[in-house]
Design a protein around this ligand. Sequence first.
Ligand SMILES: Cc1cc2nc3c(=O)[nH]c(=O)nc-3n(C[C@H](O)[C@H](O)[C@H](O)COP(=O)(O)OP(=O)(O)OC[C@H]3O[C@@H](n4cnc5c(N)ncnc54)[C@H](O)[C@@H]3O)c2cc1C
Length: 382
Amino acid sequence: MENYQDIRDGVTALCAEFPGEYWQKLDAKSEYPDQFVAALTDAGYLAALIPEEFGGSGLSVEATGVILEEISRSGGHPGACHAQMYTMGSILRHGSPEQKGRYLPEIANGTLRLQAFGVTEPAAGTDTTSIRTFARRDGDRYIVNGQKIWISRAEHSDLLLLLARTTAKDQVKKKTDGLSLFLVDMNAALTNGLTIRPIETMMNHHTTELFFDDLEVPASALIGEEGQGFRYVLDSMNVERTLIAFECIGDCKFFIERAKDYACDRKVFDRPIGRNQGIQFPIAHAYANMRAAELMAHEAARLFDAGERCGAEANMAKMLAASASWEAGNTCLQTYGGSGFAKEFDIERKFRETRLYQVAPVSTNLILAFIGEHVLGMPRSF
Ligand SMILES: Cc1cc2nc3c(=O)[nH]c(=O)nc-3n(C[C@H](O)[C@H](O)[C@H](O)COP(=O)(O)OP(=O)(O)OC[C@H]3O[C@@H](n4cnc5c(N)ncnc54)[C@H](O)[C@@H]3O)c2cc1C
């Protein structure tokens, strides 16, 4: 497992400019971390997965994961900008040379933000192939109608990677056929049939509902072949799961470091609370689980970077890491006692932020169903 110490040092130094108070203020007002995202872009980290020929850093998924991990470990919230990285999988592997030439250099230099990934719908939920948003071909354009929910950062993004049906589910042989992927210009769409409605959530996540009412999208926005979008989106989803696993590892390290320090410093009954095994063992347990999840996250990234199948490892890494970060967060909160609930220590904020990852981008049950069916060969449950 490579350590990428240079990347870790660079990201840690950048994050030191954005301490807990910065994130606390944004959290209190549900504001977007514009300054942080700009700093990350200027330093080249947000363009980690964009090849050098298009102005990016051309890093591997493993190195990119380390960037996100260090943001989390430092107490920041990479959820504000991670989509720019994981949506790359679809565009790099399936976008046309024209699409790459037109968008990637501007995404790399920060002129354009690609921060929104539009998959989930209210009626379909986890059952992605049942989405109803429909893009109908009409000459050199598509007309899009439908609705999405939980589309994060849509108000802070210039581009949206949108999954829509182009053939109805009952008209295709395989339910994964007939779905297409589009790169939508959000600024043009906002005056042409797209409405965005923000959703308030328990953490600062800038998530929204999207309504498409005869939205016109040029045919040139289609990624790859019509009807193959589900297959393309799997590349982005595997990268997304792997990178979220790295974020959760960073959360684990944040919680474990804070819990360990507090357990050594805080004295009750004339001794550090960390001398009590009731406090010490849960922290040690969280550390062991973090390390196991960390190895799986690196394995998933290594496989993706080598162009090998990584679906099982990406799913398992995300599940193990989300579970480990939740355990570490809970342990840290318990170690801090009452102080864990005070906003000034960032524990309660990180605790809220890391909880999401057992539900999104895919919930634990669905990962278990994937392992049961596709890895172990047990009967399909749905
Ligand atoms: C803050 C936030 C940000 C998000 N950002 C995005 C985004 O940017 N883009 C995007 O496309 N989506 C986004 N999502 C959506 C997210 O991916 C979904 O919420 C998630 O996939 C679960 O879907 P659902 O909420 O519809 O739950 P449902 O599908 O309604 O499921 C509800 C519960 O039932 C369980 N369940 C359902 N079916 C089964 C089954 N067959 N067996 C066992 N258990 C089952 C699920 O595991 C879950 O626990 C976001 C969600 C949140 C909350």
